[in-house]
Ligand binder design. Sequence first.
Ligand code: FAD
Length: 327
Amino acid sequence: MNFKASNIFDLIIIGGGAAAFTAAIFAARRKLNVLVLAKEIGGQAALTSAIENYPGIVEPLDGITLIRRFRLQAEKFGAKVNVEEVTNVRKSEEEFFVTTPQGEYRAVSVIAAFGLTPRDLGVAHEAEFKGRGIFYSMAIEDSTLVVGKQVAVVGGGNSALEAALRAVHDAARVYLIHRRNEFRGEAILIERVTHEPRIVLRLNSTVLDVAGDDRLHSVTIADSADASHKEELAIDHLVVAIGFGVDARCIRSVVELTERDEIIVDEVGKTTVPGFFAAGDATMIRDKQLIISAGEGAKAALSAYQYFVAVKGLKPLGPDWTVKVRI
Ligand SMILES: Cc1cc2nc3c(=O)[nH]c(=O)nc-3n(C[C@H](O)[C@H](O)[C@H](O)COP(=O)(O)OP(=O)(O)OC[C@H]3O[C@@H](n4cnc5c(N)ncnc54)[C@H](O)[C@@H]3O)c2cc1C
């Protein structure tokens, strides 16, 4: 295939969150020609309205504002940012080919920083209503989508609790559906939810099915212990907040993953493939926090830079460009 020069980069970074944009800042400052391909800008940080543990942020700041600053900083140093979802990555002898629905790009190296993806409910008609009544997050900016709506949130952790509390200001009604009889989130959020009279709790309940026409109209729930006890709720906006997992489909054929599909990396972001680096929540690094993803992004970018210098013959290629950890 003939590549337009504009589709050829030194480094392609997959992701639009803390890890990806930090990597872009560090690589662009070293004058690598960097393309960031992000399905959406913000990542998980966009789901929280108050970040309080990121150094330098004295007053709580919402996550989307923080990540937009990361992006601006990366662009300031010359990184190009395209909002495109990566569907495949393949490797030739010397380069990587990265595919999105909009085109194919080529690069000397890749950093995978695509974080975590919300889990599906796993009910029969879910796919029909994705984006047409069923959503997998309740970002701050989504509040306008629920004005006057019958909303249900599914889940029992912080994301679900935050989503219910956020929706309650604008929605006509908010149900919070959880399969257990107690929540797993922060005590302060649990207290706010349980003291909020406008949030209607449906505990010990699981979603059995969803229905509608061109949009979602109802959700059928059942008693977790006895599925014959059913209830049909009139719902036009369902937020599924039942956790996250790594969706590594686009790189599965290129790089080795753990049994949980996390990318295997060493302490500087190298993977099992030379030239392919990874950072952030998509990797096997234990702690999933913004500062950690950002730090891992910086390390992966510095490794990618050293690799670039080596393959371009500017410095001898080191003895080993792959991960050394064993899992
Ligand atoms: C509700 C909530 C609150 C949180 N609060 C805090 C907090 O207060 N403090 C804290 O430190 N941490 C917090 N965290 C954790 C923190 O948000 C994550 O650790 C951090 O966002 C991980 O960053 P990341 O860049 O690795 O991945 P993510 O934030 O998951 O970003 C992944 C990015 O990759 C993109 N992407 C995914 N697949 C593809 C693809 N195929 N092609 C292109 N792009 C793709 C996504 O659209 C997204 O932009 C919170 C998490 C949640 C869910």
